[in-house]
Every structure is written in C-alpha cells, then in structure tokens.
Design a protein around this ligand. Structure first.
Ligand code: PHE
Ligand code: ZN
Length: 867
C-alpha cells in the first residue's frame, strides 16, 4: 500500500525460468483458516540456456507454513520472502516443490483468491488472484495440469467443486468429506477455480455433434433454482452455436456454472467451472427485464466461448489480454446478432463504442488495445481492451469476408492449441490464412485514440468524388499517431431510395484519398461508415434531406438509425448553445420533425428498431459533441427536445402506446421484447407532458404488470414525476422484492437517479440502510454508480456534495476492495472533459482522494487523472 507502485512494461517480457508440468493442490477448509498444500513437479525451461538456480514466486497476504524442495525444507539462506512473493535460490534443474500456506477466506474482502460469498467459498484468480492462494509463478505462460483435493465439513459444504473431472470423493471422518478433481488440460493458474458450499442445482445434458454427452450443471444458493433456466438454455444454445459456426465442440464431459452473489466482474471462464455474478445468471420474468435476459444470454455465451478463445489458446502475458477478450467479445457479438434483431443488436454495440469507448480513448486513461505498461492489471479490463478489441477483429473479418475469417480463426486455434501466445501471433495467423496484408492495420493495436474520419463529396458529370481524410488526436504518452488502415463501407442511393451502388468496403490507407464513382445519372445520396465499419468519429456534413432519405430508405438498419441520430443531434446542439447563451430554445429542426412524423406514420416492422430510432441521443452523446461538457445545458436540451416531440406528437404516441400495450403472457423473444420496448419508449415521451392521465396510466401498468420489463417501464416513466403514483409504486416495489437483492439494486438505482430535493443526502442515507451492503460490488455499483451515471444533475451539484460523496466512498472502499475503488475513481478521473464549475469540483474531489494512502489500483487511476 505504501511506496512507489511498480510499473510493468510489455517490452520487459521474459519467459519463465522454470516450468511446472503438474500441480497438485490440497485444500483443507476449516473455520477461521484454510490450509493449502501445493506440490509441483518443476523443471528448468529448456528454451532458456545459461539461467537457473534462482526463481521468483508471487504471493500476497499468505501465511507461509513451510516450503520444501524435493521434500527437504528450504534453508533460510536460500529463501527471501517479501510482501509480494519470494525468491528461491540454489535450485536444481528438476525438483518437486512443496508449499504449505494458510489463508483466511472469511476475512478476504478483495474478492480475489479464495473468499466467502454469503454461505459459500469460491475463488477468483484472473488476473493475479492465484498468488493469494499459494506462492506460485502467477503468470499466464506457465501452464500446468492440475489435480485438486478439497476437504471440508460435510454439512456446511456438501458441494465441493474444482476444474475438470471428479475422480474420487468420500467421507473424511469427523463429519468431513472430500472430493478430488483432475483437469486433463494444461492451463495457466488464472483459470483455476474452487467452490465449496451448500448449493441448489439444476442439471441438463448437451449432446455434441460427434455424439458425446456433456453433463451440465448450474449451482446457486438454495431457492434461486427457478431463476436459472434461461441461463441453462443459453448455455446449450451457445454450445450448439459454436459447433455450427466455428466447428468447435466442447472438450470435457462436464461443464459447470456457479452463480455467486459477491463478484467484482460479470463472470469468469475458469476451465469447466465458470463462476458468475448472479446478475449475469438470474433471469425470471418476475424479477428480470428483457435487457437482463439478453445480458445473461450473452455473458453465458461469452464465458463458454472462452473455452477455445482464451483457455485452449491463452495469453502469453497480460499485455495480450485483448487476444482472448477482443476475440471472445467479437464471437459474443456474432452470437447476439444471430439471436436478436441484427440491426438493433449492432446499434447497441455501436452505442457502447461511441458512448463509453470513445470517451475513454479521449481521456486520461486512454491506452492502446495492447497496452505498453501498467501498474495494476485489474485496471486494464477496460472497454478499450474488450470492445475496441472486438471492433478490430470485426474490421479484419469485414476485410477478409466472414467465411474466410472464420477459417482463419480456426487456423489460429489449430496452430496454437495448448499454447500461450501474443496478439502478433494472432495477426500473423490471420494473414497466413486470409492472405490479407495487415502491416499497417497493426497500428490499431499499438496506438490509442479515436481517429477522426473527415468525408467530403463532389459531384460533376455523372461522377462522384468522395474524399476521405484521417487524423488522430494525441493521447497521454503518445504525441504522434501514424495513419491507420481504415475500412469504410460506402453505398449510394438515388432520390427514390433505390440503390445505385451496392455497399462496398474501401480502405483508407493514406492520410487523404479520393474514391471515384462513375456513370451516375444524378447526384446520389451517400451512405458511409455503415454500421460503423471502423471505430472512428465520422465528420460528414450532410444536408437534412439526405439524412431524411437515408433514414427512410437505407438498406442497413444501423445507417437508418444513425441518420436519425444526426437529425436529432442538430437540434440538440442548438438547444445546448441556446441554454448556455440564455436564449430561448430553438424550434425543432424541420428534418427532425419530418423524420419523426415519417417514423410514426410508417414504422419499421422491427419494433426494437422503431424504439431505437425514436430515442434521442444520450446525454453522453450530446456531451461528446462539445469541447467541454456543460452538464446543465445538456440536460436542459435533452429534456426540452423530448418534451417538444411529445407535445407535437402526443396523439400518435398515445396510439403507439395503445397498440403496444402489455397484453399478458410474457415470453422473451425478439418480437415480444421489441413491442415492450416501443411501449416503454412511448410511455417515456408521454411522461414528459406530466399529465394526470399519464401518471394514472403508468401506475396502472405497474399494477397490472406480469413481468419486470413493464414494471420498470412504468417506474421509469414516473421517475421525474414526484407524487402519489411514484411513491405508491416504489413502496410496493421495495416491499414486494425485499428479499431479492438483485431487484433491490434496481430500486437503489431508481432512488439514486431521482433528481429532486437533496439527492446526495438521500444516497448517504441509503448507504447506511440495511438494504445496502458495502462489501457487495453489485450494491455499490447500483447505488454509487447509479448516482453518478443516472443522476447527472445530482452528481454535478454546484455545492460539490455529489463529488464529495463519491470521493468518500472511494476512500472507504479502497481499504477493502481496491479493484472496485479504482473503478469508482475512474468516474472522477475525466474531469478535464467538463466545463467549469464541474471540472474544478471533480478535480478537487479527486485530489482529496489522492492525498490518502491508497492501493496501487486506485493510485494508478488517481495519478492518471491528476497528471
Ligand atoms: N475474464 C472475464 C471475462 O470473461 C472477466 C474477468 C476479469 C472476471 C477479471 C474476473 C476478473 O471477461
Ligand atoms: Zn471475457
């Protein structure tokens, strides 16, 4: 916690001097302490000559009981123990290492290593949690075969699980029992897992294409089994999809998921024993919304897909994290597109990139998809590594064509099966298989920042010249950027909306290039960067009438949505400026009005797409359009535009709501979920008019709802309408779901997002409420994260009470869960993006955090923010 944190550099990589072929672990779980006996067969790395004798093992918060080489205790002189690990000296070329440590999972609130979540014990080892279990080379390029024995009280922990197959189990005397697991696949220690608890289970089977039967099990605390069926169905779906799409069959006889209440992230892909946050497993119509259902489906698939992209072929070092995450998110995205509305699924991905990744790439924490250095690896599980990493894969897939790319991924998996490799190995394999030249494309991995793509078009004599130019702003530590290889999809339409040039991909390689389209009868409407073919900011001034045409006719639903967003944005920007200049709000843009009218008169069949197109850009998107974010002006502009649309189209929106009103009989599928989304969108608009009728209607929807999606639609509509209806529905909600922590997270979010009176004080009260648990990350994210993200006016209050609250929570959390504290610090770090007085207030709070004695995790974020 003290001293200067150590920074690690990608260029410093050195292979491990010793390798461990076999790991044998024995966990003796007792109240107050767990004893871990580890026996390893070790040999010198044959690839490294002239080294050896001395070896570093990582270890943190461990009590070392004994350490022996070939069963001889290591002499004091041959052992140097420190806070972060130990050195062994005088080692032979081959030996058996035996390490005995004691740990106390009950007192481990970091949620890394072995820890308690309610009544069960579980592990989290990625990135470096294994070194909280035993002294070990905690790095992904040391791959070993594991045998694990777990022994515990039979009544308290009837279920004992670890990776691989259970090869033995039985009684161990004194009311205790044991189980032995063997994992036939060599793996890095970050994929190790263990669970012990009194758990309920649902079981199923999956038969692979080649006819093998895989036993599936999903464990959770008793009483939640009925919330796990959607996750189980999703798992089977994912298994079938990976066979059909990539020809990848599951490689063991059993696959187990355990859902735990306290978890720092969404889920973890441990070999054959995935551990999940309950928030990414539980899905029942009474308690989960349609988006919860979709998230469960996608995260279950994501972790399953890691079995090949991540586990069978893993990362050489943590700088290569996107090797497994970018590729797996890409596969998850493909899966999601095959399971929902393709257009809307892509729209959600695009929005994530623009709303979250672009700001990260423009802020103090900007880093390349393959970072060059880090202090704390846990700080690099970022939207850049995950989502931008996936976009880079998608670009390659587009350039190669989907089929050729799938083949190339298989080539990569065959070539490197069982190895720990680098992003460069991946790119090489793709080049080998597809024949693409990715020399310049590689810059995407090495350089941070979002390129700007400026487009201008000229038309004369039946010829359209499209000029594309790129420029990338500097990011911290990277002043100069090279030219990127940018795939840009282009299509041309005539005035009637007919295609005159089918979509094609052009590659911008130089700083500036002109692409010519000949033989055109008249000036066409240009559609570029369709579906975001590259993660760049498009700068293309198109007239309203062109945007209106694209919105109505473009063959790509994502482009239609994008055109609508541009039309809204013009009015929103004008409204922000008017608010800042104390001028009256502008009239709604002609183009925007035409667009909304056309949408309501002739809605697309895809109802989810209709809902998306009716939704005005988020506050984040609006803020992104300005050099300095003026929170109050953005909020005022967004509210004004929504209210104006609602007032102008009240009758149409009423009809839309009526036509999509809940009708009972909940199913989670694309059509039904799309209808619910339209209903919620219409209700949200009508609520802007704050009429007694809409309040009553929302309450009636709430009371009659047979599912959480409709309930939340009603509660959201009432969000800014203080009064009887809001109080009654919220009180009912709190009582009805009092014993469902994940639903109470929704309630906490609602409270935190309500902007009236003293929100900061209300959030402070909730922090002290029984329904809040400071040690559970889901609760913290709901209340504190919900406040910052869901309540911009409350968080950015002029008296700075919102900033102070967040700073206090960062400091309080840092002592128990540094990973989560660092994530919260990330909310204050981008203060430079804001206008005054916001920037100064955020900076002041961040500086106060920086004065404390912090974990390396939080220190890294705070220093980046203040630097
Ligand atoms: N590897 C997990 C995933 O699939 C994420 C994770 C990282 C979980 C670190 C826990 C700790 O994305
Ligand atoms: Zn992942």
């Amino acid at each position: 916690m003290t001293g200067t944190p150590q920074r690690k550099y990608r260029s410093d990589y050195q292979a491990s001097i010793y390798l461990i072929d076999r790991v044998s672990l024995d966990f003796d779980i007792r109240d107050g302490s767990t004893r871990v006996t580890a026996r390893h067969s070790v040999r010198r790395n044959p690839q490294l000559i002239g080294t050896g004798g001395r070896w570093w093992l990582d270890g943190r918060d461990l009590r070392l009981v004994s350490i022996a080489v070939d069963d001889e205790p290591v002499a004091d002189g041959a052992l140097e123990v420190s806070e972060t690990g130990l050195w062994l000296n005088g080692l032979p070329d081959r030996f058996t290492l035996t390490v005995v440590t004691e740990i106390d999972p009950d007192r481990n609130l970091s949620l890394e290593g072995l820890y308690r979540s309610d009544d069960m014990l579980c592990t989290q080892c990625e990135a470096t949690g294994f070194s909280r279990i035993t002294y070990f080379p905690d790095r992904p390029d040391v791959m070993s075969r594991y045998t694990t024995r777990v022994e515990a009280d039979a009544e308290r922990y009837p279920v004992l699980l670890s990776n691989g197959n259970c090869i033995e189990s039985g009684a161990a005397g004194e009311g205790r029992h044991y189980a032995v697991y063997e994992d036939p696949f060599a793996k890095p220690c970050y994929l190790f897992a263990l669970v012990a608890g009194d758990l309920g289970v649902i079981r199923d089977t999956f038969t692979t294409t080649s006819g093998r039967e895989v036993a599936l099990a999903l464990y959770t605390e008793h009483g939640n089994e009925d919330q796990c069926h959607h996750a189980m169905a999703s798992l089977k779906d994912a298994m079938a999809w990976d066979e059909a799409t990539y020809g990848l069959e599951y490689d063991l006889d059993s696959f187990v998921i355990v859902a735990v209440g306290s978890f720092n992230m969404g889920a973890m892909e441990n070999k054959s024993l995935n551990i999940f946050n309950t928030a990414c497993i539980f899905a029942h119509q009474d308690t989960a919304t349609d988006s919860d259902f979709a998230r469960v489906r996608d995260v279950v698939a994501h972790e399953y897909f890691h079995n090949y992209t991540g586990n069978r072929v893993t990362c050489r070092d943590w700088f290569q994290l996107s090797l497994k995450e970018g590729l797996t998110v890409y596969r998850e995205h493909q899966f999601a597109i095959d399971h929902g509305s393709p257009g809307v699924t892509r729209i959600e991905q695009v929005r994530m990139i623009r709303d979250v990744q672009f700001p990260e790439d423009a802020g103090p924490r900007a880093h390349p998809v393959r970072p060059e250095s880090y202090v704390e690896m846990n700080n690099f599980y970022t939207i850049t590594v995950y989502e931008k990493g996936a976009e880079l894969i998608r670009m390659m897939a587009q350039m190669a064509g989907r089929e050729a790319f799938t083949k190339a991924v298989k080539h990569y998996l065959d070539k490197h099966d069982g190895q720990a490799v680098t992003i460069e190995d991946f790119v090489l394999a793709i080049e080998e298989s597809t024949g693409l030249d990715l020399a310049q494309f590689r810059h995407w991995y090495a350089f941070a920042g979002t390129p700007r793509l400026r487009v201008s078009s000229r038309f004369a004599d039946g010829r359209l010249s499209l000029e594309l130019a790129q420029a990338t702003p500097a990011t911290p530590g990277q002043e100069n950027k090279p030219n990127f290889d940018i795939p840009v999809s282009v299509a041309l339409f005539d005035d009637a909306g007919q295609v005159v040039r089918a979509p094609e991909i052009v590659r911008l390689i130089e700083q500036r290039e002109t692409f010519v389209f000949d033989g055109l009868a008249a000036e066409p409407t240009v559609s570029v960067l369709r579906g975001l073919t590259a993660p760049v900011r498009l700068e293309f001034d198109q007239p309203d009438d062109a945007l209106v045409r694209l919105m109505a006719h473009d063959s790509d639903p994502v482009s239609r949505w994008d055109a609508a967003q541009s039309l809204y944005m013009a009015t929103l920007k004008a409204a922000v400026t008017a608010h800042q200049n104390d001028e009256p709000m502008p009239a709604l843009g002609e183009g925007m009005m035409t667009a909304v009218a056309a949408l309501l008169a002739d809605p697309p069949d895809d109802r989810a797409l209709l809902a998306e197109m009716l939704t005005v850009p988020s506050a984040t998107q609006i803020g992104e359009a300005f050099d300095a974010i003026d929170v109050a002006a953005v909020e005022a502009a967004r509210r004004y535009v929504k209210r104006e649309i609602a007032a102008r189209f009240e009758a149409e929106l009423e009809r839309l709501a009526d036509a999509h009103a809940p009708s009972g009989g909940y199913v989670f599928d694309q059509v039904a979920a799309g209808r619910r989304r339209v209903f919620a969108t219409a209700l949200d608009y009508l609520a802007c008019l704050d009429t007694p009728a809409i309040r009553k209607r929302a309450q009636a929807v709430y009371d009659a709802a047979d599912n959480m999606t409709d309930r939340m639609a009603a509660l959201n509509a009432l969000q800014d309408l203080p009064g009887e209806e809001r109080e009654a529905t919220r009180a009912d909600f709190a009582e009805r779901f009092a014993d469902q922590p994940l639903v109470m997270d929704k309630w906490l979010r609602l409270q935190a997002a309500t902007e009236d009176g003293d929100t900061a004080a209300r959030v402070r009260d909730l922090l002290a409420d029984d329904r809040f648990d400071f040690t559970n990350p889901n609760r913290v994210r709901a209340l504190v994260g919900g406040f910052v993200r869901g309540n911009p006016l409350g968080f950015h209050r002029a008296d700075r009470a919102g900033y102070a609250l967040v700073a206090d929570e960062i400091l309080r959390l840092d002592a128990i869960n540094p990973q989560l504290a660092a994530a919260l610090a990330g909310l204050l770090a981008p203060w430079r993006r804001y206008a005054e007085p916001y920037a100064g207030g955020m900076r002041e709070a961040l500086a106060r955090v920086g004065e404390a004695d912090l974990s390396d995790n939080t220190r890294e974020i705070v220093d980046a923010g203040l630097g």
